[in-house]
Design a protein around this ligand. Structure first.
Ligand code: 4AD
Ligand code: MG
Length: 433
């Protein structure tokens, strides 16, 4: 049915008044009084008021149109007319309204519980707020891809079904792979490292899965992980790349979608004000700062949401936390050349207390150290033979990071809960609809 018809936006174009339009769409709301039907019709480009008179449409068609529920679907033919009372200053006066699906009463209205709305997520995603959020998400992904193209970073497609739990077995979803143990990918990193050797600069946007039973406003069990791996790169080079990327994509979205951002409570100027370089703070100094603020932490403490929040609550720019203790981090991270206790790693914390958005590190290039680290963690290196091979055939210094798209959006769009940055959020208690 790719028939030729008009978009709602067309009705608001200069010169549209007096012309005939043919629209297809969904009814946002409707009412009728005194033989006139008022309905608001939406399509992907916006919404417009449509009026239909019984004497024009005919009694039967009028009656059918009157019985269309909210979110029912119709096609309309009519003339664009100026009307200062209508939203946007014009309306469509219908000569014909054809009901495609009148629909049952729409079950979503204001005041319903969060649980009910999550059960009906397949319908709640039609709201203007969700439409705006997911368009901004698409805009952000487009901005990332444009940045990587400009920087000559190649898009690749690593697997989701894997034989290794790369970020620690406890948080991996294990699956039965035809009788063999398998895992849903927690990170594409190990595969990106393999793809780096023939391509030098690679990235992938893949779903990552974490079997964490954390019920927090920043955890979901499936998220979009944007991961980059760069050859010939040290920690400073990596952080400079991340800053450049972050500023570029945030400015691009602010420039392209200012109205949508503002409608969600994020003035675009706040995003335009983000500039490099971002402050950098070592883990050691962060511990000192947190102690001074009354937190009971010491060297070796894992910094959680509360600590991350305290470090950036007062700040409008992101913060790099660097040089974590080795024991806190994954096996593949490069030991710091000047301090064997720490690794060449950094987390980027979002402004305003939003917490970790990016996890980054230089990669260990020495086979023996990698093997020793796996053994220390109680992991059999045999399962990682293919990964260790990468260090046996032209190993080079390299570094990379993963950025949680939904974490970034939670900050950018000022959302209370991460689940509202993804259409069908997966949490410990929910993987349906
Ligand atoms: O910090 P993480 O665990 O790092 C890695 O997986 C590395 N292998 C990435 C790499 O270097 N290629 O995860 C990366 C990012 C985090 O900074 C966070 O933004 C996001 O992924 N993330 C989550 N987002 C939502 N829900 C969760 N449960 C998340 N876990 C991580
Ligand atoms: Mg992390």
């Amino acid at each position: 049915m790719e028939a030729s018809f008009d978009t709602v936006a067309r009705a608001f174009e200069p010169g549209a008044v007096g012309t005939t339009v043919r629209l297809h769409g969904w009814v946002l709301r409707s009412r009728s009084s005194g033989g006139i039907l008022f309905l608001v019709l939406r399509d992907r480009t916006g919404s417009v008021q449509v009026t239909g008179r019984k004497d024009v449409l005919g009694a039967e068609a009028f009656d059918a149109a009157e019985h269309v529920q909210n979110e029912g679907s119709v096609s309309v033919e009519g003339t664009v007319a100026e009307d200062p009372r209508a939203p946007g200053g014009c309306e469509v006066r219908a000569s014909r309204i054809h009901v495609i699906d009148a629909g049952l009463p729409f079950p979503i209205w204001s005041g319903q519980t969060e649980e009910f709305l999550l059960d009906k997520r397949h319908l709640t995603i039609r709201s203007q707020e969700f439409v705006t959020i997911f368009r901004l998400k698409a805009e952000l992904l487009r901005a990332f891809r444009e940045f990587f193209d400009a920087e000559d970073v190649l898009e690749t497609t690593p697997p989701i079904l894997t034989g290794n739990a790369a970020e620690g077995g406890a948080e991996a979803f294990e699956i039965d792979y035809f009788g063999q143990p398998g895992y849903l990918s927690q990170t594409a990193q190990l595969y990106l490292e393999a793809l780096l050797f023939p391509n030098e600069r690679v990235y992938a946007l893949t779903p990552s899965f974490r079997a964490e039973k954390s019920r927090t406003p920043r955890h979901i069990t499936e998220f979009q992980n944007l991961e980059v791996e760069l050859a010939w790169c040290d920690l400073d080079g990596l952080l400079t790349f991340i800053e450049r990327m972050f500023v570029s994509v945030v400015h691009t979205v602010a420039d392209r979608r200012p109205k949508e951002l503002a409608s969600l409570g994020r003035p675009p100027e706040e995003l335009r004000a983000i500039a490099a370089p971002f402050p950098r703070l070592t883990y050691g100094k962060a511990i000192d700062r947190l102690k001074a603020a009354g937190f009971s932490v010491s060297w070796g403490s894992d910094l959680g949401a509360a600590e991350e929040r305290a470090l950036t609550l007062e700040s409008n720019v992101p913060l790099f936390l660097t040089h974590f203790p080795r024991e806190l981090k994954a096996f593949y991270m490069l030991r710091s050349p000047n301090d064997p206790r720490t690794v060449e790693a950094a987390d980027l914390l979002g402004p305003e207390g939003y917490g970790e958005i990016v996890g980054a590190s230089c990669r260990e290039t020495d086979v023996d150290r990698l093997v020793a680290r796996l053994k220390e963690m109680g992991v059999d290196p045999a399962g990682y033979e293919w990964y260790l091979d990468l260090r046996r055939h032209g190993s080079v210094p390299h570094a990379g990071f993963g950025l949680g798209i939904e974490r970034m959006l939670r900050w950018m769009l000022r959302r209370e809960h991460i689940r509202d940055t993804t259409p069908f959020p997966r949490t410990p208690s929910r993987h349906t609809p």
